[in-house]
Design a protein around this ligand. Structure first.
Ligand SMILES: [Zn+2]
Length: 271
């Protein structure tokens, strides 16, 4: 039996996630497009700017981003690597606190303001309840990060079509999990007058059985659950201690491991 960690939920091997920063009013139109196509995004918000000219208001956050993920981006968008440690803590905890009061769930992720950070900043994050932090470094690849606290996306949305097409056509020789991760700012579509690019992208990538449409934190939680699997020495038994189902590849076929239970991997699992 050959066991591989190569499956997302539903046994799929591909996942798509979007990540949008700053919480400007153009998020309204962007969320509308995503909802129309059933694509999920994560929105990194600066709670200190709510209600300012051009920014969304506190009262609309919960309903606007329902079905997507609200995530931190600090309260007031400083360069974190140029900021005293105490202020980094305050910026993130204030942002989390304000966002959580609005959305009604723990906020557990962030993107780095200006995309900048250093090791001191990154090392603080787990103690502040932050599970992942997105950078602005494009990899051009569909791989999952080694370190979710330096989560490099596939591309900025200006390159989403070429990477979207490559993603759909990707047929790796050996099955593996592939993630297309696109980031940007909704106001860029307004500035550049190219909202139709987002529509085209969503039309191309949406409604596919072989793609898991996920928020950033759903991917982090899933990968964590995958890592928590406990195997018997002979690899015929596996316990999933998490609260969500996890899929693995067994001899090239997807097998679902129910939450909180032990699965016996035999021939009858195949299929
Ligand atoms: Zn920003």
């Amino acid at each position: 039996m050959r066991i591989q960690f190569d499956r997302f939920p539903g046994g799929r091997s591909k996942a798509l996630t979007l990540s949008y920063d700053d919480g400007r009013i153009h998020d309204r139109r962007l969320v509308g497009i995503l909802n129309e196509y059933g694509i999920k995004g994560t929105f990194h918000l600066n709670s200190g700017f709510f209600g300012r000219d051009g920014y969304i208001v506190t009262e609309e956050v919960r309903a606007l981003y329902a079905g997507h993920e609200v995530s931190a981006h600090t309260a007031t968008h400083p360069f974190l690597e140029l900021t005293p440690r105490e202020r980094v803590v305050t910026e993130l905890m204030n942002d989390r606190r304000a966002l959580e009061r609005t959305v009604g769930y723990p906020v557990r992720g962030m993107s780095y303001p200006f995309g900048t950070y250093n090791r001191d900043v990154t090392q603080l994050l787990p103690m502040l309840g932050i599970k992942y932090a997105r950078t602005t470094v494009s990899t051009g690849r569909f791989s999952l990060p080694d370190d979710f606290l330096q989560w490099h996306p596939t591309c900025h949305h200006r390159a989403m079509m070429e990477h979207g097409e490559a993603f759909l056509n990707e047929r790796p020789k050996y099955n593996r999990m592939q993630l297309l991760y696109v980031w940007g700012h909704s106001y860029e579509f307004d500035n550049n007058g190219n909202w139709e690019d987002m529509e085209t992208f969503c039309r191309l990538l949406s409604g596919r059985d072989d793609i898991w449409y996920a928020t950033n934190i759903e991917i982090v939680d899933y990968m964590e659950a995958l890592k928590r699997l406990e195997f018997s020495v002979d690899e015929t038994m596996v316990r999933n201690p998490s609260a969500i189902p996890v899929w693995i590849g067994v001899d090239g076929l997807p097998v679902e491991l129910a939450p909180g239970s032990v699965t016996h991997l035999t021939d009858e699992n195949d299929g």
